[in-house]
Design a protein around this ligand. Sequence first.
Ligand SMILES: Nc1nc2c(c(=O)[nH]1)N[C@H]1C(S)=C(S)[C@@H](COP(=O)(O)OP(=O)(O)OC[C@H]3O[C@@H](n4cnc5c(=O)[nH]c(N)nc54)[C@H](O)[C@@H]3O)O[C@H]1N2
Ligand SMILES: Nc1nc2c(c(=O)[nH]1)N[C@H]1C(S)=C(S)[C@@H](COP(=O)(O)OP(=O)(O)OC[C@H]3O[C@@H](n4cnc5c(=O)[nH]c(N)nc54)[C@H](O)[C@@H]3O)O[C@H]1N2
Ligand code: SF4
Ligand SMILES: [Mo]
Length: 764
Amino acid sequence: MDADQQPTLSIASSSGENHNPEMGGGLPVIQYWAEHTLSPEGPKLWQTLTHKSACLSCAWGTGGQKGGFTNEAGETLQRCMKSVESISAEIQPAVPAQVFAQKRITELQSLTSLEADRLGRLSYPMILRAGSSYYKRISWHEIYAIAEAAFRKPPERIASYSSGRSSNEAAFLLQLMLRTIGSNNLADCSDLCHAPSTVGLKQMFGSGTSMVSLESLKQADCVVLVGSNAPANHPRLMNELIKLRDRGGKVIVINPVLEVGLVKFGSPAFPVKSLLTGSEIASMYVQPIPGSDTALFVGIQKALLEQNLVQWDYLKAHTEGWEAVVEQARSTPWEAIVNTCGVSQAEIATVAQLIGHSNGVVFAWAMGITQHDNGVDNVYSIANTALLTGNAGKIGAGTMPIRGHSNVQGYGSMGVTVRLKQEIQTAMEKLLGRSLSRVPGYDTRALIEAADAGKVDTLICIGGNLYGANPNLVEAKRALGKIETIIYLATKPNLGHFHGLAKQNTLIIPVFNRFENPHKTTVESGNNFVRLNDEGKTHLKDADLIAEVDFLTEIADRVLGNDPVEWRNLQNTQYVRQLIADIIPGYEKIATIDQTQEEFTIGGRIFTKPRFATESGKAIMFTTPLPDLSLPQFQDFGLPESTFGLILTLITGRSYSQHNTVVYKAHDRYRGMPHRNCILMNQFDAERAGLQEHQPVTVQGDAGKLQNVEIIYGSVRRGSALMFYPEVNVIFKARIDKRCGTPAFKRVPVAVYAETDGGNSVSI
Ligand SMILES: Nc1nc2c(c(=O)[nH]1)N[C@H]1C(S)=C(S)[C@@H](COP(=O)(O)OP(=O)(O)OC[C@H]3O[C@@H](n4cnc5c(=O)[nH]c(N)nc54)[C@H](O)[C@@H]3O)O[C@H]1N2
Ligand SMILES: Nc1nc2c(c(=O)[nH]1)N[C@H]1C(S)=C(S)[C@@H](COP(=O)(O)OP(=O)(O)OC[C@H]3O[C@@H](n4cnc5c(=O)[nH]c(N)nc54)[C@H](O)[C@@H]3O)O[C@H]1N2
Ligand code: SF4
Ligand SMILES: [Mo]
């Protein structure tokens, strides 16, 4: 692709009939707030918003003891519309009993994600037994009998999957129980998400999370935001970008899609200066080819060398392995760089100049960086750039993976991972008085493959939608169908409960959410800040819900007795926090949080001096090979060469109105996509292939196809396109980064071609 053919910074679609908003946020956000807070659900919504607990939605971590609207720097007005979206879903009435009594599983399977979520809250435990067509209510006595038998299977045939919505306490107990039983099969949604960040940063800095605190971010004068759609997925980060621009700082956005909210964003936190007119966000917007960020960053490094902007003293004093990284940047020809990333040398030079002349640069990224088969290299290449410019280990600078679920990072900290930290392993072995199993555990992809190979008998899922979150949904369904017992702990029904059915028994256990738990819990934000959540009550009348902690300890008590602890005592979460304080590094302060209510930053993670948590104290740098981004041909899809269409690189991700596999609204107004079965394409690509806007096309991957997909023109990098998950997950298999198991969700080769048979769309 010719670098000169890149789209320029413009938000109007070239179709000429674009009615998309000209900025992110803005009045629609206020309308949404007004509609919901003034509706009949309003009082309950307000009560929840002001409850002392962390926001359910993203890991930015708003809420907690200083009130629902406060961030960790104590600033108010920080609660965003996404948080209202997630609360509204949780305060729905219970699913009417006749739904499960009358709807056969096949009918439930025909629901969309949105319809499944709109059924309401789960309010009593249910089972779907082999041979039955209905989910039926089940007694706790029977549940525990089934669960106990399931957890007495050979340890390597027992597994869990978790999604970071529940508490640190539940996470800690989950891993303690599984590891005590002898299983390391602790798959987690982070395997599909930020695992490349955890793996890459841990190797480089000895700590796998953000090294930047919110306080430090406030002192940066440049943010490089890579592969993140923060206006939709981390809306309050936008306030920090607005403030940074106000103080004269620069924001460099790197994203193949021109996201309107990253160009301009109207924030309700600044009602006068920003809400209506919008604030400019990107000082510079670079649109590389999806999957090419490593090449782009090597290019930035090369330009830094050429412009004499490398901090040699810093490199020599505080890093190891810099020589090879410098040599790679020096010796990689510009031609290879520009051809791989599709960004011109001049533009790369400008990015380098902006970075090199700033005092403090924060490099922040999300799924556009991690969800590739070279996700770890992407992370290395960003962190290398930070190090070459001395932007790690000082206030106002550093590497900042923007984490996903509200407590996904806490899950990792608590040891819910297949890569257990040495310190935790040692401390757990001390507690147990024996060695933990050394059999490597299954991460999420490995779990699906093991299940498909008939190697898993028992699976417990703490939240999430293991089925819908995976690529190749046909495989996921088949694999889950080979597991004898699956236990889903959930607040609301989702497609996973209807399609991810076990061979014998599928149980759905309804649980309290974060603001309803009868005991205090804690969570950890992506900025390494621990929040305390007060006890609460559910609005559901006559509901038979259970706390996740109570359910886990009950099973553990039955299977393990007193090994290594009195499990039932841990139903008092204060005792769990004592154990966490003893076992989890940096979490010492949690021991007294019940008395002090003092939320805290985890020790050993925020680096304000260039002394890192590696053995030598220096950062370790790694070279980053340029990716091979060649695409398959029509024949590779089993299609004739003469097919009327084109091959594109598909980005799969979130609309502006969904939370992961849960869809809140069918359309995406910010991208002008009227429904879920759309493909966002560049007008130039479509016309070159003889296709036009609104035309129905087939989009085919290596595992299946979707039909009747409507073409929508948008400002997407030429050669690439965007569609929504989970629906699109039916069409492609997983290419993964083997170092962390994360699938390449952001670079899916697809054939897009005109419909010939007008066939129906494939549903999942
Ligand atoms: N409202 C809401 N909030 C959420 C979530 C949600 O679903 N809804 N999900 C939560 C979770 S679990 C997560 S992980 C985060 C996800 O937050 P994001 O990572 O922001 O979400 P994605 O939709 O996956 O979008 C990634 C962005 O990367 C860009 N991109 C794609 N490919 C590339 C590439 O190759 N290079 C670069 N540089 N950019 C690329 C896409 O165009 C898109 O703008 O949000 C969390 N917060
Ligand atoms: N194609 C494609 N696939 C992707 C991605 C992508 O960008 N593209 N992104 C990946 C990423 S980043 C992630 S994180 C995964 C997300 O995958 P998951 O985390 O597995 O899925 P979610 O949709 O977030 O799970 C939502 C469900 O969690 C349950 N839940 C909500 N709150 C609670 C609670 O308090 N307790 C319990 N027990 N349950 C609760 C509800 O039942 C809800 O339906 O998807 C991945 N899959
Ligand atoms: S930015 Fe994230 S944590 Fe903060 S209110 Fe919005 S969804 Fe919640
Ligand atoms: Mo995620």
